[in-house]
Design a binder for this molecule. Structure first.
Ligand SMILES: Nc1nc2c(c(=O)[nH]1)N[C@H]1C(S)=C(S)[C@@H](COP(=O)(O)O)O[C@H]1N2
Ligand SMILES: [Mo]
Length: 367
């Protein structure tokens, strides 16, 4: 079994990290903590190119040294563990493509404006991850009866509103989700050690879930006997729908079905006539079953889906539309999944603007 290579990673201060992101073509929404999204046209492939993967941070990026790093697994377990990176990597190496999407992706489209980072459609990316199945590590520690949730703690921390003490970035999964979601303790991204900004040396990757579940710079795994009520579990990343005068609450979990047009890119010029349209589509609850495309106010037509979708990654789709006349127009795409979800209706407004899987629309000029 191959082992994770332990590399020294060059350090980057916040400003140069933001500049590097902007140079790579990302749209920087905030410099410190660094939050940046990609232009959908750059997502025109199975994997997101290096440097083009969106960045979502709540706190300054911690720089951990692999040599000192340990993963502690404790709480309601038979045998608490403390693993070095080599010991963790020695437990196995599973590879998987997974799409990560921020729950706030699309927030900018909600009206009235929802609270939070102003993401358009680019807080999403697909990467090839390698790491140890979370289930294997939990089984080795041995989950004791009475366990209810598994809490994952990142090394990053900071001040948040309404809390006196600084808080760490922490999230939980139920024991069942932790064992069955196919989650990885990933130490490689696209064939290289995890970059610092994406969680070096180890992050959790929970396929199909909104990416808030995929805790970066992981240091502790705690098995608990009661539901976790941390700041990023209970106050944020909860849908809050005003319904019938009350606020209905539901935790953010699986990615909603969504498609993006990646070719032509928004604002581009293309010859009139035959127009090749391509994109990607994904859903956390079931495989994508259908994607439709419309030019201007024309009818919706079914696109062709790529035959072999990567395990947990998005599915590519394509359609050539004929006889497109010259002029300024728009291209729209919408997806359906096998669980019966679709993008036909606008996502329901919620206070913090999560799950904004609006139909994607790009302006183009035909000449
Ligand atoms: N430790 C830690 N993990 C984290 C976060 C964070 O701020 N700190 N942000 C989460 C959120 S909200 C998202 S969308 C993803 C973003 O992952 P990326 O920056 O690698 O794209 O990381 C998640 N994991
Ligand atoms: Mo996010």
């Amino acid at each position: 079994m191959a082992r994770a290579q332990v590399h020294a990673i060059p350090e980057l201060d916040a400003q140069s990290a933001a500049q590097a992101a902007a140079r790579a073509g990302l749209v920087v929404r905030r410099e410190e903590p660094l939050n940046a999204e990609v232009q959908p046209a750059a997502l025109d492939g199975e994997l997101t190119p290096p440097g083009q993967f969106f960045l979502r941070n709540h706190f300054p990026i911690p720089e951990l040294r692999a040599a000192d790093w340990r993963l502690r697994v404790g709480g309601l377990v038979g045998e608490p563990l403390e693993l070095s990176l080599d010991e963790l990597a020695g437990l196995g190496r599973v590879c998987s493509v997974a799409t990560l999407e921020c729950a706030g992706n699309g927030r900018i489209r909600f009206g009235p404006a929802a609270h939070g980072e102003r993401w358009a459609e680019g807080a999403v990316g697909s990467a090839w991850w390698a790491g140890v199945p979370l289930e294997r590590v939990l089984r080795r520690a041995g989950i004791l009866p009475g366990a209810c949730e598994v809490v994952f703690r990142g090394a990053d921390a900071g001040q948040v509103e309404d809390r006196g003490e600084p808080v760490r970035f922490e999230r939980s999964l139920t024991v069942a989700d932790a064992l069955r979601s196919g989650a990885l303790l990933a130490y490689e991204m696209n064939g290289a050690p995890l970059p610092v900004r994406h969680g070096y040396p180890v992050r959790l990757v929970v396929p199909g879930w909104y990416a808030v579940a995929s805790v970066k710079w992981l240091t502790d795994i705690d098995v608990t006997g009661e539901p976790f009520t941390g700041y990023f579990q209970d106050e944020h990343y909860v849908y809050e729908w005003p319904r019938g005068g009350a606020l209905a609450r539901e935790p953010v979990r699986l990615q909603r079905v969504r498609s993006l047009v990646t070719e032509p890119g928004g604002g581009s010029w293309r010859p009139a006539g035959d127009l090749a349209v391509r994109g990607v589509a994904w859903s956390g609850s079931a495989p994508v079953s259908r994607v439709e495309v419309a030019i201007g106010d024309g009818q919706w037509r079914e696109a062709e889906l790529a035959t072999r979708p990567p395990d947990h990654g998005w599915r590519r789709w394509a359609l050539t539309v004929t006889d497109v006349p010259p002029g300024l127009t728009r291209i729209r795409s919408r997806a359906y999944d096998r669980a019966g979800h679709d993008q036909l209706t606008a996502p329901e407004w919620n206070r913090r603007g999560y799950g904004g899987n609006f139909v994607h629309e790009v302006p183009v000029r035909l000449y």
